[in-house]
Design a protein around this ligand. Sequence first.
Ligand SMILES: [Ca+2]
Ligand SMILES: [Ca+2]
Ligand SMILES: [Ca+2]
Length: 141
Amino acid sequence: MKTIGLCLGLLIAAPAVAQNMAVDRADLAQRLSQADADGNGQVTRAEFQAYRAGQFTRFDRNGDGFVSADDVPRLLAGHFAPRLQAMRQQFDANHDGRISRDEFVNGPARGFDLADANHDNIVTTAEVQALSDKSKAARGG
Ligand SMILES: [Ca+2]
Ligand SMILES: [Ca+2]
Ligand SMILES: [Ca+2]
């Protein structure tokens, strides 16, 4: 079961937007802070895309340059079909049924765009903080 557990972990780490159209802001804040490669408290679009490239490498388990059903073990295909479908809807720009590295890295970045309140292609810790404050308010806490 070790392999299956590892696979579950990888796929559960898929972008939150893929599993739920509503962006989980706390999760987004965490992912953006992970994307801050040089740790200066700002995530540029380039850093965000580099982070995505790293995610892609993990999702493309068979290393063929595409994220597709082939990357999901047959036993788990039924379980992950809806999630893969959601990812395809978001990222499969040319509708060939699989997600290329380019489609994934340069695909829609709703979370980043949402956090980048002043649209300067840099998400600052202040912007992330503002977003999670909004999120807390929305939850009534
Ligand atoms: Ca693949
Ligand atoms: Ca495609
Ligand atoms: Ca900004």
